[in-house]
Design a protein around this ligand. Sequence first.
Ligand SMILES: [Zn+2]
Length: 282
Amino acid sequence: MTIFDWCRHCGNHGPMTEEHLPPRVAGNRSPITVYNEQDGALTVLRSFEAGHTIPSLCRADNNKASHRGLPEAYALWRDDTIGHLREAAAAFHHSSGQPHNDLFFIAAREGGAFTLPMEHGTKLGSEHITNLNPGKIVRQVLGMMLAVQDTRYLLDTQPQLAAAYHSDEPTSIEPFALHLALAGSGLCYFRNGVLSVSVSLTGQGASSTEFWAVSFPPFLIFLTSGPKAPIEATRIDRWLGYPVSRAFSKRDRKMRYPIADPRELLVAKLYQDQQRLEEMGG
Ligand SMILES: [Zn+2]
């Protein structure tokens, strides 16, 4: 059955193709069941035979992402991150005696997020990874965020977002920011309901920051409407400053990703100490 809708990447109306989200090359190939939780009761929303998909893109845009190598770059980065997470979990288990997965449920001693230092370009299994590409990775992440939108709000009122996604040259999505944390969460995305949420992301009282969130393990991804939220350390939208042809520079190979506690409201732990936020942003 062909679904007619509007393409989340170009806005044109027409027949939609099933977009694999996250990409098939990033492990999204197996049978998967998506549940809906309401008032504590779980109901099956939809089952997929070969990976989770949504009918959100026209054929041209669905094919374009693959031709640009965006899913592959994302998958390589995800594999690298998971490798680092496994190492950190093993070290955590060794030193604490707690189960490996408890890594996702702890806070650092000072109460902030527990962070995972990553040195890209090190070994992944027996393979030496040197070609992690921030320009491609961030565009894939942005493309996934746009692909799950229910309304045309971002596409129509914030044209710099889709433009940045489609561009191969250095660009930016200001005043928007794209943030990423690590979480032991499953596959989920918040639809338009998030638009109406108003939270303080800086710990300084009421804020009208809008945000959109999507979680494809092990990543928790946020798009926020202002550059100050949530914190500097989680920002990856600056990677849009790289053309898609450029791999990580040596300096950018050392990164620290906050690990979110999924039991908290979003990543509340990341925002509780302004001083720490500034320190991490330095
Ligand atoms: Zn399209």
